[in-house]
Ligand binder design. Structure first.
Ligand code: NAG
Ligand code: NAG
Ligand code: NAG
Ligand code: NAG
Ligand code: NAG
Length: 223
């Protein structure tokens, strides 16, 4: 269950990282920020709906080819709280998911790290000046069928907001607002993989839920 969040957020971030603007702006190669997220989920097969609040500390490093996502997840429906730390190491081609500081799952990554640019086939929906920085808004439908709408700041191509809707049978709608985005990685230790992760056996393939597969497929075929 927890894994679904991870994957959802990865896709979100993936959407953002693939962000170039009208003429192909790319954001910084290294940045950190906090994504404040709301996730609504409807499982069509089970006919069950639920909600979660997520706060994700993102560290993105295209130089070291690593991404760290530290997530506080509050499943409002079940009142369950989890801390997830997902570390992508694209050089080692491994993704580590550490749940509540105890359980570690290592999964191989086959895709390349996506650069911090808008995908070429994103539709530019407009340039807006709401309150705060001027943003460009785009929409992309991933080959996996998820619709991502995101904004990047006009000046420096920082992530602004994002919404992601996956197609069924599990429908996830995630809305994210990025705060405190700054260039650089002030604390590289966020990429440190705990020692106990290396003792775990690596999963050989993705055998998880439909949604997980969907998003992975989206990511894989994104570029
Ligand atoms: C909340 O937890 C329930 C039970 O584990 C799970 O079925 C549901 O998908 C979760 N909802 C969200 C939004 O994560
Ligand atoms: C955005 O709005 C601010 C405040 O109204 C204004 O000063 C600024 O010139 C606007 N920028 C653009 C690009 O329209
Ligand atoms: C966007 O472009 C990529 C590669 O050119 C392609 O694989 C993908 O299907 C395209 N997506 C859409 C929604 O057109
Ligand atoms: C952003 O930074 C300010 C100032 O350091 C801090 O008060 C605020 O909590 C931060 N926002 C988030 C979402 O962490
Ligand atoms: C993935 O693993 C499952 C069970 O471990 C197996 O049934 C399936 O064939 C594997 N898929 C691939 C593509 O290797």
């Amino acid at each position: 269950m927890v894994l679904r969040f991870v994957v959802t957020v990865v896709c979100l971030i993936g959407g953002l990282h693939d962000v170039i603007s009208r003429q192909g702006c790319c954001g910084p190669k290294q940045w950190t920020g906090v994504a404040i997220q709301k996730l609504g989920r409807y499982d069509h097969d089970l006919d069950v709906a639920s909600l979660a609040d997520i706060s994700t500390n993102v560290a993105y490093d295209y130089v070291a080819k690593k991404i760290s996502l530290q997530q506080k997840i509050h499943n409002i429906t079940t009142d369950n709280k989890d801390l997830l730390h997902v570390i992508y190491d694209f050089k080692q081609k491994t993704e580590y998911t550490i749940t509540n500081g105890k359980v570690c799952i290592a999964t191989p990554i086959s895709e390349e790290m996506w650069p911090n640019c808008v995908p070429e086939n994103a539709s530019h929906l407009g340039t807006y000046n709401i309150s705060g920085p001027v943003v460009d808004v785009y929409r992309v439908v991933t080959p996996g069928g998820a619709t991502v709408r995101f904004s990047v700041t006009y000046e420096v191509c920082y992530p602004g907001t994002e919404s992601l809707l996956t197609s069924g049978p599990v429908y996830d709608l995630t809305v994210s607002v990025y705060e405190n985005v700054t260039t650089g990685i002030p604390d590289p230790s966020v990429f440190n993989v705990p020692v106990f992760c290396h003792h775990r056996q690596m999963k050989t393939n993705y055998t998880s839920s439909t949604i997980t597969e969907l998003i992975h497929r989206s990511l894989l075929s994104w570029r």
